[in-house]
Each structure stands twice: as structure tokens, then as C-alpha cells.
Design a binder for this molecule. Structure first.
Ligand code: SAM
Length: 294
């Protein structure tokens, strides 16, 4: 019997329909034919953020990945742990890819849920960790998506939110114009991520479509997301690129249990502008906020 993909009661507005049609044609991030447990572990360990968070959340934790796409991160948190991982996405085809990967690799501690984050229909105050990276800026109401995601998190639980940056995405915006005029070839020549990818066409295609041909994306500043945190009683701990006194490297159980709110650097907008010129801008201008629900 194939692992079940639980269907949540959800309504999709026109914009969400458009986004799910897009991801049905281009499931993100997609798997390479050689992928298995060990390649997923290697990929997860390569990112300081996922490695650090997995180290802190590996023993009987309840973890929700919101907008899991093809569920690589959910798999990473599930492999070799006794965690209970939940992967929620609005695109059935992406979840199918995640489910098939889990089946093939005997990963039994992930539950797959098909639904819209703009509907609030999961158990409240339940998860130790809610991870939502690269998702909310593709929804018709990112703030509502954030508030819903937060409602599933326990008190003192950790929330991770990754969004496109208003300044940091400048280069990508220019490349989107080039893509419209010249098509994929110019991106193959210019995009540093594509150039680094040694892998199959599917992988490159998923990245190019997601970055340059997306039907719905918005951008945000540090100030805006820190206001979301304040308004919803979430202590801001750290960010990537860093803007608080706590560097991701220093994050530990003590800092999490103290949940002491950190202010972002007064001149942070200058660092955001710098994203245009450093590796963050080349990576699509994503920034991450790490917080604790009070
Ligand atoms: C860029 S992908 C990110 C996938 C994954 N988080 C990652 O970082 O690899 C965005 C995902 O968000 C999902 N998504 C977009 N709108 C959504 C919504 N309203 N509810 C749930 N998922 C949504 C899409 O289906 C897609 O799989």
C-alpha cells in the first residue's frame, strides 16, 4: 500500500490555483535520479541552517514543514531520527514525489498533507518546530500564511521563515527581464547556481522556472518581518544574513529556552542592499528569520 497523502479541507483562490498549476509542471526542488538517503543527508548537512536545526531537533520532535515542495527537507529531518515529521504543500504532484522518495528509501516517519496554508486547518499549538522557507512570498496573503503557520507551533517552539528580500532580489529581477526577452539560454550562461549545477536537466529547469518564470512572487524587508514577529509575540533570535547579536553558529538549547528577543541592527537596510553584491543575491536574495513563540 502506498503511503497516504492526507487531503486537508482546503479552498484554493485563483492565485493559489495558478501557483499550484505552476508547481505541478515544475515540482520544486525535484530529485536527481541518483538521490537516496545519503545524498539527502549530505545536502542537508551542507547548509549550516538545516544542519544546526537538525542537531537541536532530532529526538522525538514534532516538525512541520510548510510548503514542503518535494519534501527534501522533511526527509532530512526524518532520516536517522525518531522525529514525527509533517510535510504540507498545496501541490499534490510535489508531495507525490516526496512520498515516492520516502517509500523507495523506507522513510516511515513523515506524514504528507495536501492543503492550502491560507486555510487554518491543522492541530494548534502542537509542533516543536515549524519550518517555512521560500513559500509565503508565493502566496496571495503571506501574512495570513505566517499567522496560520505560527498557530500550529507550541509555546516556546521555534519558527523558521525564509523570504525573498526587497533589495537582495534586485539581480534576479533584472535576470527575469532577460529571461522574458532571450529565454532560458541566457540564464544558462549567466546564473551562477545553474552554472554550478553538475546535475540533470530537471534540476536546472526546476531552478530556472522557480526563479525567473514564477507567476506570483513578493519581496520583503527585515523591518517588515520583524514587525510580523513583534505583532505576534515571537522573539526574534537570529537571522541569515545575520543582523542580531546572536549568530546562527551560537544557537543552542539555552538560547532557545531563554527566548530573549533580539533587536535587528539599526543599519540593517545597508546589509540588505549589500545582498545584491554578495552570494545571498546570487542565490536569489532569500533571507531567513529564526524566532521563538512566546
Ligand atoms: C519554492 S517552493 C519551496 C519548496 C521547499 N520549501 C524548499 O525550500 O525546497 C514553494 C512551495 O510552496 C508551495 N505553496 C505555494 N503556495 C502555497 C500555499 N498557499 N499553501 C501551501 N503550499 C504552498 C508550492 O506548492 C511549492 O511547493
Amino acid at each position: 500500500m502506498p503511503l497516504e497523502i492526507i487531503k486537508l479541507k482546503s479552498k484554493y483562490d485563483v492565485k493559489t490555483e495558478r501557483v499550484t498549476n505552476f508547481y505541478s509542471a515544475n515540482p520544486f526542488p525535484g530529485y536527481k535520479s541518483i538521490d537516496n538517503k545519503s545524498t539527502i543527508l549530505k545536502k542537508g548537512d551542507k547548509s549550516l541552517l538545516s544542519k544546526k536545526i537538525k542537531n537541536l531537533f532530532k529526538n522525538k520532535k514534532k516538525i512541520l514543514e510548510v510548503g514542503s515542495g518535494t519534501c527534501q527537507l522533511a526527509s532530512y529531518f526524518a532520516i536517522g531520527t525518531n522525529n514525527q515529521v509533517f510535510a504540507l504543500d498545496a501541490t499534490y504532484r510535489s508531495l507525490e514525489e516526496g512520498r515516492n522518495f520516502a517509500e523507495k528509501n523506507n522513510i516511515n516517519n513523515i506524514k504528507f498533507m495536501h492543503g492550502n496554508i491560507l486555510d487554518n486547518n491543522i492541530k494548534k499549538d502542537y509542533f516543536d518546530l515549524v519550518w517555512c522557507n521560500g513559500v509565503l512570498h508565493h502566496t496571495s496573503d503571506p501574512y495570513l500564511g505566517f499567522v496560520n503557520s505560527l498557530s500550529y507551533l507550541k509555546k516556546n517552539g521555534v519558527i523558521i521563515v525564509g523570504m525573498y528580500n526587497y533589495y537582495g532580489r534586485f539581480t534576479t529581477k533584472i535576470m527575469q527581464i532577460l529571461f522574458k526577452i532571450f529565454g532560458k539560454k541566457i540564464i544558462m550562461m549567466l546564473d551562477p547556481i545553474v552554472k554550478e549545477m553538475k546535475s540533470d536537466y530537471n534540476d536546472k529547469n526546476a531552478w530556472i522556472e522557480d526563479q525567473y518564470n514564477h507567476p506570483l512572487e513578493k519581496t520583503y524587508t527585515y523591518k517588515e518581518i520583524s514587525e510580523w514577529f513583534k505583532k505576534n509575540n515571537v522573539s526574534l533570535i537570529s537571522t541569515i544574513p545575520n543582523s542580531t547579536k546572536i549568530n546562527l553558529n551560537e544557537l543552542d538549547q539555552k538560547i532557545i529556552s531563554e527566548a530573549k528577543n533580539q533587536e535587528i541592527n539599526k543599519y540593517q537596510f545597508l546589509n540588505e542592499i549589500m545582498m545584491i553584491f554578495n552570494s545571498f543575491g546570487k542565490d536569489g536574495g532569500l533571507f531567513v528569520f529564526i524566532g521563538i513563540k512566546k
